[in-house]
Design a protein around this ligand. Structure first.
Ligand code: GDP
Length: 298
């Protein structure tokens, strides 16, 4: 996804390689090119400003000009600052002291929540947990059936609305799902919720009602990395309307510019915890900001 961004940043820093001392003008030209590359990749302006100001400040400090290899020193600074804007150190899921741990998924329709529920369920199962997926997306036709298929593929149990389970009421389904997990000794509950194509007040209210009903230990905001500039607006709307503890970047296998998704952590102050990289249940990984920075600066 970040091939062009990566090529351009690498070109900007490699133009410094092989030089002895670097002049301030050399450094400024490289930083200006990195800035353009980030903006062209749709990284949000305030994030780019913060990034370039910090790199510039650090690069003009004595550490660089006195270093034996100033270009390498700049690459190191760019790597550290990219890691910082991508959320810094990886954060682990915070499991409840008394199970079940409740993980709620929030995001727009099509963001990849239902797919993620299966991936997360399998990942948890492989780590020795006994997860239960709860189908609280009653908005989209077939979302419940889709979660059941996803659960079957992942070998993970699914709690669906049935007569008596609160058909038509996603808040009741979520609440009953968590109660069911407690009774049946599932130790992690992943609650899939409905999304709309755009942000709307009713969607936010429903997600907030589910949050209040199940009191999640983690709320993961799932964002399609392909949606471009809208990523930041959407993230801010969910941060305000529902609140979340972590971000999942989905569709990182796409070929869109993706930079807006890279801004989400910096803009909301919440770490990216996972990345989805395809439609299959195994196309899923922990997100490590430093590794992503290394991939970009390869
Ligand atoms: P939801 O509405 O948020 O539950 O989104 P879905 O989980 O139904 O995903 C919407 C579409 O995106 C489906 O066709 C998924 O197969 C697809 N999808 C989900 N995650 C990924 C991903 O990481 N990569 C790709 N290429 N497609 C994905």
């Amino acid at each position: 996804m970040f091939a062009t961004l990566s090529d351009r940043i690498n070109a900007a820093v490699s133009s410094l390689r092989g030089r002895g001392r670097l002049s301030d003008a050399d450094i400024a030209a490289s930083i200006a090119e990195i800035r353009r590359a980030l903006l062209d990749a749709d990284v949000a302006l305030p994030v780019v400003r913060d990034f370039t100001a910090t790199v510039r400040e650090r690069a003009t400090e004595a550490e660089v000009s006195k270093a034996l290899n100033p270009a390498q020193q700049i690459v190191k600074i760019v790597h550290e600052e990219l890691t910082r804007i991508l959320g810094g150190a990886t954060r682990e899921i915070s499991f409840a002291k008394r199970p079940p741990t409740v993980i709620m998924l929030a995001g727009l329709q099509g963001a990849g929540k239902t797919t993620l529920a299966g991936k997360l369920g399998k990942w948890l199962k492989d780590a020795g947990h006994t997860p239960l997926l709860v189908a609280s997306d009653l908005q989209r036709p077939n979302a419940v059936q889709q979660l059941e298929i996803v659960g079957k593929g992942a070998g993970v149990a699914v709690f669906s609305p049935e007569p008596g389970n609160g058909v038509g009421d996603p808040v009741a389904v979520a609440r009953r799902g968590v109660a069911h997990a407690r009774e049946q000794f599932y130790d992690v509950v992943v609650v899939d919720t409905a999304g709309r194509l755009g942000i709307d007040a009713e969607l936010m209210q429903q997600a907030a009602d589910i949050r209040d009903a199940v009191n999640p230990d983690e709320t993961l905001f799932v964002i399609d990395a392909m949606i471009g500039q809208d990523a930041v607006t959407t993230a801010n709307a969910f941060a305000e309307g529902v609140g979340f503890t972590g971000v999942v970047l989905s569709k990182l296998d796409g070929d869109a510019r993706g930079g807006a998704a890279l801004s989400v952590s910096s803009v909301t102050g919440k770490p990216v915890m996972f990345a989805s990289t395809g439609e299959k249940v195994g196309d899923f990984e922990r997100f490590h900001a430093d590794r992503m920075a290394s991939r970009i600066l390869d």
